[in-house]
Design a protein around this ligand. Structure first.
Ligand code: IPM
Ligand code: MN
Length: 339
């Protein structure tokens, strides 16, 4: 009997393709999932006008986990107004399910040398429910020469501390035990001060963890010049969003980057998704790389407590070299076979 009830949001574009391969690989580990598919994303919105119906959200609350492919219309399309799916679906799930940790590991695969840079093995812990994403702000006199737009950043001691603590726990469990706080404390003096103080205070409880601080602009230089200096990074929502795209690029490409949106208190399901988008331009061509989704699937198994199954997938991925001419399905099949 299946032990876990998992919601599947294939979404748009290549989303369903990479999720198919992920489910194939999970099945190969021997873990059985009871899957429930949810038709959500740009396509659903354009057909029915629904983004995330209340009843669907309530149903999702009762699941063990959610696996999401990608959502969004083709790049350049204006059929779905900007922000509708981002705020109404992705961020709504993060906020409503209290997925306050966005964990993004970056590991350069063996033999992968896209930018001729050093291989990395690092994790970014991004605060996932506050900061500029909280939606504080507004507009006044819109469309007039006197218009005003404000977009605030919400930082609570509670939200910062639970994120920083999670990052210290993770750093303490890794061989290098190194944690870098990334912020912009020299300019964002209010929120920066809260982050820095919280970080310093919590650090006293983790004497085994070596700590560092980088301003976010400097972190961008280091990330390109010598990314292997990083082990674990903790940062706020917006810096984490931007920095993790850069981490994706320097670690081998965004097609490899996995992510876990976690509710570590386990009061509801956590959500696992590749960092990449829907890439409508390559749908059906076999060019979509399923590795990011498969890695996200491994993160899901790990979080569900299936360490052995997750370990099997990660072990195969460690050794796996993507053959020339590989397709979405051939990669999925090869990994499933080795698992
Ligand atoms: C990500 C994405 C999302 C974000 C968007 C699609 C809302 O860019 O997961 O990094 O900004 O967090
Ligand atoms: Mn992003």
């Amino acid at each position: 009997m299946a032990k876990y009830k998992v919601g599947i949001i294939g979404g748009d574009g290549i989303g369903p393709e990479v999720i198919d391969e992920t489910l194939k690989v999970i099945k190969a580990t021997g873990i059985e999932l009871d899957t429930v598919s949810y038709d959500l994303g740009a396509d659903r919105y354009l057909r029915t006008g629904d983004v995330l119906p209340d009843a669907t959200l309530e149903e999702i609350r009762g699941l063990d986990a959610v696996l999401l492919g990608a959502v969004g219309p083709p790049v350049g399309s204006t059929a779905v107004p900007s922000g509708i799916l981002e705020r109404g679906l992705l961020l709504k799930l993060r906020f409503e399910l209290d997925l306050f940790i966005n964990l993004r590991p970056f590991i350069t695969p063996k033999g992968w040398n896209r930018f001729n840079i050093e291989p990395v093995d690092m994790v970014v812990i991004r605060e996932n429910t506050e900061g500029t994403y909280a939606g504080e702000g507004g507009q006044l006199r819109r469309g007039t020469p006197y218009e005003i737009a404000t977009q605030g950043s919400v930082n609570t001691r509670f939200g910062v501390e639970r994120t920083v603590r999670f990052a210290f726990e993770l750093a303490a469990s890794r061989p290098r035990k190194h944690l870098t706080l990334v912020h912009k404390t020299n300019v964002l003096t209010f929120s920066g001060d809260l982050w820095q103080r919280t970080f310093n205070e919590v650090s006293k409880e983790y004497p085994s963890v070596e700590i560092a601080y980088n301003h976010v602009d400097a972190a961008c230089i280091y990330m390109v010049e010598s990314p292997s200096r990083y082990d674990v990074i903790v940062t706020d929502n917006l810096f984490g969003d931007i920095l993790t795209d850069l981490c994706g690029a320097v670690s081998g490409g965004i097609g490899l980057a996995a992510s876990a949106n976690l509710n570590p208190n386990r009061t509801g399901p956590s959500l696992f998704e590749p960092v990449h988008g829907a890439a409508h331009d390559i749908v059906g061509t076999g060019k979509a790389n399923p590795l990011a989704a498969i890695r996200s699937g491994a993160l899901m198994l790990d979080f569900l407590g299936e360490k052995e199954a997750a370990g099997k997938i990660n072990k195969v991925l460690e050794e796996f070299e993507v053959p020339a001419g590989a397709t979405t399905a051939s990669i999925g099949n090869a990994i499933a076979e080795r698992v």
